[in-house]
Write a protein that binds this ligand. Structure first.
Ligand SMILES: Cc1cc2nc3c(=O)[nH]c(=O)nc-3n(C[C@H](O)[C@H](O)[C@H](O)COP(=O)(O)O)c2cc1C
Length: 327
C-alpha cells in the first residue's frame, strides 16, 4: 500500500481556492475539502459548491449528513466533478452539527452509520471513506472503536481516517475538542494491527517531518490540518523530505504561479480576499512575514480586484522576498 500524506478537511479553510493554492506547492499531497452538508449539495448551488479547478493531486469531497437517502443522492450528484473519493464526516463535534445529527455524535448510532455508508456506496462508483474519532464522551474503549470501524467496513468504507482523540459532545466547544481530549495514537496503531489489509490514516497534532515519519512506520498515512493551514510552506518540506521531490517552487514563485488563477477567478466574480486569505501564512517564520500579513490585511478585501491590484500584491511579494531567508 502506498503511504500517503493528506491535508485535513477544515471548514472555512480547505475550500477550492486553498486546495488550488496548496497544489502549487505540493504535487503529492492528497486533499480533502471542507465538509459540505448533503442537503446543501441537493438543494444548493451545486456547481458553486462542488466545482474546482482540476489539479493532478487527488481531491476527496467530504460530506456531512445522517440521512441515507440524502447522502446517496449527494454522492450521485457529486460523482462527475472530479473527486477521487467521498468521505463521510463522523468526527465533527460542533453543536450545530450535533443538532442536525451528523459528525461525531453519529458514533453513538453505529447501525445508522452503516446504513448511510451502504446507501452512499450503492449510489456511486467512487470509493466511500470515513473520518472519525477514537471515541466520544466517556467512551474511549478499543473494543468499541474496533467494532465501530468493522461496522463501517462491512457497510462499504474503503479507508479509515482516525483523529486520535475522543470528542466530548456536550461540555467542550469545537476548538476545545481539537485540543483538550488527549491524543492517543496507540488506539490507531492497534487498529492497524487488527485491520492489517485496510488503509488506516492517523490524524491529530502532527507538526513535524519526524512526526510524519514515525507515524508512517505504523500506519498507512498521515493527515495534517492546522500545521499546514497556518504554515502552508510546510508542504514544501513534506514534498522534499517525505516524497523526495526536490523540484519545489520558492514561496514567491508560488505566489507568481497563483496570479493566473487569481486573474481567472476574479474575472468570474470571486472576491480577491477569498483567495488571498489562504496565503496569509505563506511566509510564516520568515523575515518579512509580518509585512506580508499587514499588506494583505490592508489590501485583500478590495472588491472587484483587477489586474492592477493583483500587481500591487506581487510588488509586495517582491519586496518581501529579498528580506526572507528562503533560497
Ligand atoms: C478550523 C477547523 C475546521 C475543521 N473542519 C473540519 C471538517 O469540516 N471536517 C472534519 O472532518 N474535520 C474538521 N476539522 C478537524 C480536522 O480535520 C482535524 O481532524 C483536526 O484539526 C486535527 O488535526 P490537526 O491537529 O492536524 O489540526 C476542522 C479543524 C479545524 C481547525
Amino acid at each position: 500500500m502506498i503511504k500517503t500524506v493528506s491535508v485535513a478537511p477544515m471548514m472555512d479553510c480547505t475550500d477550492k481556492h486553498e486546495i488550488y493554492f496548496l497544489s502549487l506547492i505540493s504535487k503529492n499531497i492528497h486533499f480533502y475539502t471542507e465538509m459540505i452538508v448533503s442537503n446543501a449539495i441537493i438543494k444548493g448551488d451545486r456547481n458553486k459548491l462542488l466545482s474546482f479547478k482540476k489539479i493532478s493531486n487527488p481531491v476527496t469531497l467530504q460530506v456531512g449528513g445522517s440521512n441515507p437517502k440524502e447522502l446517496a443522492e449527494a454522492c450521485k450528484i457529486s460523482e462527475d466533478y472530479g473527486y477521487k473519493e467521498i468521505n463521510l464526516n463522523l468526527g465533527c463535534p460542533s453543536k450545530k452539527v450535533q443538532k442536525n445529527k451528523f459528525g461525531a455524535c453519529l458514533m453513538q448510532e453505529p447501525s445508522l452509520v452503516g446504513r448511510c455508508i451502504e446507501a452512499m456506496s450503492n449510489s456511486t462508483k467512487l470509493p466511500i471513506t470515513i473520518k472519525t474519532r477514537i471515541g466520544y464522551n466517556e467512551v474511549e474503549d478499543f473494543e468499541f472503536l474496533k467494532k465501530f470501524i468493522q461496522t463501517t467496513k462491512d457497510a462499504g468504507s474503503k479507508k479509515f481516517i482516525i483523529h486520535a482523540r475522543r470528542a466530548i459532545l456536550k461540555k467542550l466547544t469545537p476548538k476545545e475538542n481539537l485540543n483538550i481530549p488527549p491524543l492517543k495514537y496507540d488506539f490507531v496503531y492497534r487498529l492497524k494491527e487488527f485491520f492489517k489489509k485496510d488503509e488506516i490514516i492517523i490524524n491529530g497534532g502532527i507538526k513535524t517531518i519526524q512526526d510524519i515519519k514515525s507515524h508512517l512506520e505504523k500506519v498507512d498515512g498521515t493527515m495534517i490540518g492546522r500545521a499546514i493551514y497556518h504554515s502552508p510552506y510546510f508542504l514544501a518540506e513534506i514534498e522534499k523530505k517525505i516524497f523526495k521531490n526536490y523540484d519545489v517552487p520558492s514561496r514567491s514563485e508560488v505566489m507568481e504561479n497563483l496570479i493566473p488563477y487569481i486573474q481567472e477567478q476574479t474575472s468570474k466574480g470571486v472576491q480577491l480576499n477569498h483567495i488571498m486569505r489562504h496565503t496569509v501564512g505563506l511566509f510564516h517564520g520568515q523575515i518579512g512575514s509580518k509585512t506580508w500579513k499587514q499588506y494583505l490585511s490592508k489590501n485583500m478585501c478590495i472588491r472587484n480586484a483587477d489586474l492592477q491590484k493583483v500587481n500591487h500584491i506581487m510588488d509586495q511579494v517582491k519586496k518581501t522576498n529579498p528580506l526572507s531567508l528562503e533560497r
